[in-house]
Design a protein around this ligand. Structure first.
Ligand code: SF4
Length: 488
């Protein structure tokens, strides 16, 4: 039976299941994931567990791997579009006309971080209900009201931040793990990747972050026994590596410790990665050896910039020197660092961009950064805290629904031109499968040429060793590719 656990959960933390009526069983909900960095989405598996527990039929469609099959959408009473990131929202907006054509009778709902902030646009495209935050209870209540013939008036937005009783995610309606992103090791070996979440939201308030407008400095813990059972089932389904999707794994360091100790105790050969901010890597440095011991291969960290002025504007709460310190701490602990960046902002200077490239060379991190990371342009969505910065709005053009953000132009047109060149080159390098060092070499040239300088040769010595990496590079605000749009 779909949704049947592969083994009985060992913990009785889940509230008793509500009674199932005949009409529940007939009601079909289709949950759609446009894109989630190539990972099997927790954000479909968690609501699936809630809806199936109430006896509803749930179909999951992952547009990163599946097409919009008419059969899957036929008879849907409720469509739930998960908009967890910018790229996903762009893809969803493109796909909406086709989905509506295939399920004209359905009530449309969007949920996830990017749903509330794009509420006006989504309502205009026929999404009746918008949910955000800890939305599973609201999604279930919505499904029940639609099923009972009493759907809410279109135009509603509800962001729930109350603590919820997480269930063991039900991943049985999603494509198998081996079809998702995989881990590539420096020796060329690969591993099937599972995706777990130990928490949602974040206790920080970085200005450019999409988590902030929804969670406002709060985070919510997924109970360790639920996370462990989710991992257990994914290991049974073939996962040899777990990617933790928490916005910041060290928002609750004690919780993180419990998670990794339990993971390692039960699956000593299992490896994992997580995302941790620079500030936390330094503050909780004593936990890094434990992470290494329990199988952590690499840490993704949103460094964003090596210009303290930019870091201050973004309220990242770390400095360029902190980045170097965190890189050293991880190196000492034997864990690879995968830094991410937003190199192009209204405050970026050409010399600042070359300084970033130089820093990557000095810290021997060239192989740790996919070229696309060096092309990212600051995205300013509706509701961004950046809009609160005094004088910032003067950089912006009116909101553009096609890019779901406020376009901006740099006061130095050479910076915008460089961004376009680096973006085009990064796309080409990825398509051609160029080694990162080679792709970096061309970006190095472009950056110096933009300043009217002859590019100095890259140092002949080590500028970084290959690190374990996921086959889908970590970035969330790029143009959807043709491949991502193929399914409709
Ligand atoms: S620490 Fe990361 S997740 Fe948290 S607000 Fe800052 S950028 Fe967002």
């Amino acid at each position: 039976m779909p949704g049947e656990p592969m083994s009985a959960p060992p913990f009785q933390t889940e509230p008793p299941a509500p009674s199932v009526t005949k009409s529940d069983a007939a009601f079909r909900v289709v949950l759609i994931n446009p894109y989630e960095l190539g990972r099997q989405p927790f954000a479909l598996a968690q609501p699936t567990a809630w809806l199936r527990r109430a006896g509803m039929e749930v179909v999951c469609l992952d547009l990163s791997l599946q097409t919009l099959e008419p059969q899957a959408l036929a008879g849907a009473g409720l469509i739930g579009l998960y908009l967890g990131m910018h790229t996903a929202t762009r893809i969803a907006v493109e796909a909406l006309p086709r989905i509506r054509e295939l399920a004209p009778q359905a009530h449309f709902c969007a949920y996830g971080l990017y749903a509330p902030m794009n509420a006006a646009l989504l309502h205009g495209r026929g999404i009746a209900t918008i949910l955000g935050g800890e939305c599973e209870p609201d999604l279930l209540a919505l499904a029940q009201s639609v099923r009972d013939g009493a759907p809410p008036e279109p135009g509603g937005v509800h962001v729930g931040l109350d603590k919820i009783a997480f269930l063991t995610p039900d991943r049985s309606a999603l494509p198998p793990l081996e079809r998702y992103t995989h881990l590539t090791l420096p020796d060329g070996g690969t591993r099937v990747v599972g995706f777990a979440e130990g928490s949602r939201g974040c206790k920080h308030l970085c200005r450019h972050c999409p988590v902030v407008p929804v969670y406002g400095g709060r985070f919510r813990i997924v109970p360790p026994e639920v996370v462990q059972e989710d991992i257990r089932r994914q290991v049974a389904a073939g996962a040899a590596h777990i990617s933790f999707g928490d916005p910041d794994f060290f928002n609750g360091p004690t919780h993180a410790r419990r998670l990794v100790e339990a993971l390692h105790r039960e699956f000593p050969a299992l490896t994992y990665d997580a995302t941790i901010k620079v500030e936390h890597l330094i503050r909780h440095a004593e936990l890094l050896p434990l992470l290494r011991k329990t199988g952590c291969l690499f840490i993704t960290s949103a460094v964003e910039s090596v210009d303290d002025r930019v870091l201050e504007s973004l309220e990242k709460n770390h400095t360029a020197a902190d980045f170097a310190q965190a890189a050293g701490l991880l190196r000492e602990a034997g864990i690879a660092l995968a830094p991410t960046f937003v190199p192009f902002t209204p405050w970026t200077r050409l010399e600042g961009y070359t300084a970033l490239l130089r820093r990557l060379v000095e810290l021997e991190l060239v192989e740790s950064v996919p070229p696309v990371q060096l092309s990212i342009r600051l995205l300013i969505p509706e509701g961004s805290r950046l809009l609160e910065l005094s004088g910032f709005a003067q950089h912006l053009e009116p909101f553009d629904p096609t890019i779901l953000g406020y376009p901006w132009r740099h006061e130095d047109p050479r910076v915008d031109a460089l961004q376009e060149h680096v973006q085009a080159w990064a796309a080409q390098a990825e398509e051609r499968g160029l080694p990162r060092r080679e792709a970096f070499g061309r970006i190095w040239e472009l950056a110096h040429e933009a300043q009217g300088e002859r590019p100095p040769p890259l140092p002949a010595g080590p500028i970084g060793a290959a690190i374990p990496r996921l086959s889908e590079a970590w970035y969330c605000c790029a143009e959807p590719t043709r491949r991502q749009l193929h399914s409709f």
